[in-house]
Structure formats: structure tokens, C-alpha cells
Design a protein around this ligand. Structure first.
Ligand code: NAD
Length: 358
């Protein structure tokens, strides 16, 4: 087999839906999870797409991920709610919790939503896009616990935090326009990329890793071979570390979710906790003035002469839309290992009808 295959989005969607349904999910949940994972690949975030599904299948089998769960309301006071995700599929439970926050923001002008103890919620931008489609601004802080933490605090030398993502989305300035979707992990690079590099015997870029003595390294073996192991770094030195830390506190600690420092919580599959703020921009005054200013600010930054003429200035969310258009047309590239793992997971559930690849 070649090192990469290409598969059409429609056929892949069918396979993903069938696999999730075979784990016990009702049709609507299977559709929700499949659509979310496929969209991550379409937008170029392969680390949060189909690659995860075999792990989800294992977690269902191990009783760490529960199909067909709805969030439990722990507290609800006006525009504030705290939900417990009961370790359901994050893509499904998260969408339900976001629906609540969007409706509450329609009523109150703003909403604060906490969701704890949910299995992996995937690409956080999905929920920002959900808010933006409803005309809402949204801000998200998420923490995660899955095994021993891999990300070192700034100046440290071992893993204390996860890749805790932050997301901010702003609805389009004009009807039919595109939202701004700022959505990133706070680690310098994805943990999955270190594993892939280690398996391939390759180095990772400078600035991403330290060894167990806190010294800079480009060798992913510091994470997967060395004892004691080294750590992944946050992006932007102390600044990314600061964001990762507030995710841990605002999402994990504040909501009563899992926090990475507790060893007893590390073997529960993937546990996310998530604090979201949803704001109705119309409640701040003149919405048309805001939209005009938003369009002008974006136009101004994009008018900066590009350092490289082949790479014009983009704003958050654009790169993903460009990638999606290309992948819808040309098919989704999937590395052979990921494809093999997905096909094996499908077959283990009795699904032998896998789509053709190019
Ligand atoms: P990334 O480093 O690719 O950064 C993505 C962000 O940068 C996007 O907003 C994108 O539009 C913007 N961007 C990229 N190139 C740009 C350019 N040239 N100009 C302007 N903006 C640009 O993303 P990442 O850190 O690898 O994160 C990938 C995904 O992983 C995210 O969707 C995140 O939510 C998800 N994630 C989830 C969890 C979880 O626990 N659920 C944990 C970590 C990450």
C-alpha cells in the first residue's frame, strides 16, 4: 500500500456513520459524530478527524464512552448553566449544550455554559461555527485529560497540562459572509504529530519539545522512549502556557471537571471540560455599525502587502475554508496507517463495505 490514500468525502461519511452506529449510537448521534469528524478532515485538521474513531470504538468497548447520552443539568440560573456530559460522545453532547447557550443568549443577550465530564469534543471551532451561524459571538476555553499530561509549563521540564484549546468566533459582517474562526491548541504542535514523527524516525521542528532536563530537543523520543520523559512545549513561550493554564482552571477546576494533576483521573479515555461564553452582538448597540467596522478591520489587515506574493494575508478560518474546497474537489488524503486502523475498526464491528480509495 502507498503511504497515503485519497477517499471521497461522501463515501467516507457513509463509513464513519456506519462505524459510530455500530458502537450503539442512534442514527442522529451517528450522523452528528460522523459529520464532525469528516468536517475536521475537510478543514485540514486531520488530528481531530477520522484518525480518532478507532480510539472512540475502543473507549466504547472499555466502557469509557457512552453512546446516546444527553447532558445532565447540574445547575441553571438564567443565562448560566452547568452540564455534566456523563462521558457521552462530545460531538453530540457538546452540540446540545451549545444549542442551550445560543438560545439563552437570544433571550438574555449573553450566556455562560459549562460542560464537564464529556468524552472528547473534537474540533472546538465546530461549536464556534454553530454559534456564528446563529449570529452569535463565542469564546471557548477547554481542558483535556487523557493519560499522563504531555505539555510542560513554561520553564518546566515535564508534562503537567494537556494541549488545552482556545477558540473565539465572530459571525460574518454580511449575510452569506464567512465567520472568523480562531481555534487552536495551546501546545506548539499537536501531540499526534510527535507520535507520527517518532514512528517515522523523524525530528520535529525546533521549539516544540524539551528533554527531561528541560533542554530544547527535536527528538520525539524524549516523549516516547526516554524515562523520565521530556515534554511538549506551549506555543508562544510564556503566553501559550498562560492560556493553557487558564483553560485548566476555567474549564477543569471551576466546573468540577477533570484536572490533569490528578493521576486517578488519567485512565478514563479522553475527558474534556469546557467553558463557553456566547454573546449576541446586537445587544451592544448599533449592530450595523459593528458589522461595518468588522468588515473594515478585516479588509485592512488583509490589505497588508504579503511578505510572499504566493501567500496573501488570511484571517482565522480562511485557511480551513480553502482546504475544504480543495478536499471536496480532490478527495481527502489519509495516511496509510490511519486508513488501515479505520478499516480494521470497521471490520471489527462487522462492517466490510469500505469505500474505494485512490
Ligand atoms: P492550528 O495550529 O492549525 O491553528 C488553527 C488556527 O489558526 C485557525 O483559527 C486558523 O484559521 C488559524 N490560521 C492558520 N493559518 C493561518 C494564517 N496563515 N493566517 C491567519 N490565521 C491562520 O490548529 P491546532 O493548534 O493544530 O488545533 C487543531 C484543532 O485541534 C483545533 O480545532 C482545536 O480545537 C483542536 N483541539 C481539540 C482539543 C480537545 O481536547 N478537544 C485539544 C487540542 C486541540
Amino acid at each position: 500500500m502507498t503511504s497515503e490514500v485519497r477517499v471521497d468525502a461522501g463515501a467516507l461519511h457513509d463509513l464513519l456513520r456506519a462505524v459510530v452506529a455500530a458502537t450503539g449510537s442512534a442514527a442522529q448521534e451517528a450522523e452528528q459524530v460522523a459529520t464532525h469528524l469528516l468536517e475536521a478532515n475537510l478543514q485540514g485538521h486531520d488530528s481531530h478527524g477520522i484518525m480518532l474513531l478507532p480510539r472512540y470504538v475502543d473507549h466504547v468497548r472499555e466502557g469509557k464512552l457512552h453512546p446516546n447520552v444527553t447532558p445532565e443539568v447540574i445547575r441553571q440560573e438564567g443565562s448560566l448553566a452547568l452540564f455534566d456530559g456523563r462521558m457521552g460522545y462530545g460531538q453530540q453532547v457538546g452540540r446540545i449544550a451549545m444549542d442551550w447557550a445560543i438560545n439563552a443568549a437570544r433571550t438574555h443577550g449573553h450566556a455562560v455554559m459549562g460542560l464537564r465530564n464529556v468524552h472528547h469534543i473534537g474540533r472546538v471551532g465546530t461549536y464556534g461555527e454553530q454559534a456564528a451561524a446563529a449570529g452569535m459571538i463565542s469564546v471557548h476555553f477547554v481542558n483535556g485529560v487523557s493519560g499522563a499530561p504531555a505539555v510542560a509549563p513554561f520553564g518546566g521540564s515535564d508534562g503537567r497540562l494537556s494541549t488545552n484549546p482556545v477558540c473565539v468566533t465572530i459571525p460574518p459582517a454580511v449575510p452569506g459572509g464567512q465567520p472568523l474562526v480562531l481555534d487552536f491548541a495551546t501546545s506548539a504542535i499537536a501531540l499526534g504529530k510527535c507520535r507520527v514523527a517518532f514512528n517515522a524516525g523523524r525530528a520535529v521542528p525546533e521549539g516544540a519539545l524539551v528533554d527531561a532536563k528541560g533542554q530544547p530537543s527535536t527528538d520525539p523520543g524524549v516523549l516516547y522512549r526516554d524515562t523520565p520523559r521530556g515534554a511538549l512545549l506551549s506555543f508562544g513561550a510564556h503566553k501559550g502556557y498562560g492560556l493553557a493554564l487558564v483553560c485548566e482552571i476555567l474549564a477543569g477546576a471551576l466546573l468540577g471537571g477533570a484536572t490533569a494533576w490528578r493521576p486517578e483521573l488519567r485512565d478514563r479515555g479522553i475527558v474534556n471540560s469546557w467553558l463557553a461564553f456566547v454573546l449576541d452582538p446586537a445587544r451592544f448597540g448599533d449592530i450595523e455599525a459593528f458589522r461595518g467596522e468588522l468588515a473594515a478591520v478585516i479588509a485592512d489587515v488583509k490589505a497588508s502587502p504579503p511578505a510572499d506574493p504566493d501567500h496573501p494575508v488570511l484571517v482565522a478560518g480562511e485557511k480551513e475554508r480553502i482546504t475544504k474546497a480543495r478536499r471536496l474537489a480532490d478527495g481527502i488524503p489519509v495516511d496509510a496507517t490511519t486508513w488501515g486502523n479505520l478499516v480494521a475498526a470497521a471490520r471489527s464491528l462487522g462492517i466490510n463495505d469500505v469505500p474505494p480509495v485512490r
